[in-house]
Design a protein. Structure first.
Length: 92
């Protein structure tokens, strides 16, 4: 599984619409509107790097309302949720 975070700058009057559209695309598991330098962050989870490349370069970059992107590929996941699930195995 390949996980990536796509940080996006979006035209101000289109942030909500772009976020809703992106959230419906296969491979994009979550979209967050955020404060700061970027407007949206999409969490992508796909099986292969080729799928990630296609999603970023052909799908996300085709949106005219997205004016800038920065892609970060995750190496490892550190999550409290994963730890809770691991420690709850076999406990009732």
């Amino acid at each position: 599984m390949v996980t990536a975070l796509i940080l996006m700058t979006v035209k101000r009057d289109r942030i909500r619409e772009v976020a809703e559209e992106l959230a419906g695309i296969d491979g994009i598991s979550e979209v967050y509107s955020v404060a700061g330098r970027y407007d949206l962050i999409a969490v992508i989870r796909v099986h292969k790097n080729e799928e990630l490349a296609e999603l970023v370069t052909e799908t996300i970059r085709s949106y005219e309302d997205i004016t800038q992107t920065e892609t970060m590929i995750a190496f490892r996941s550190y999550s409290r949720h994963d730890l809770e699930q691991m420690f709850s195995i076999g406990l009732s």
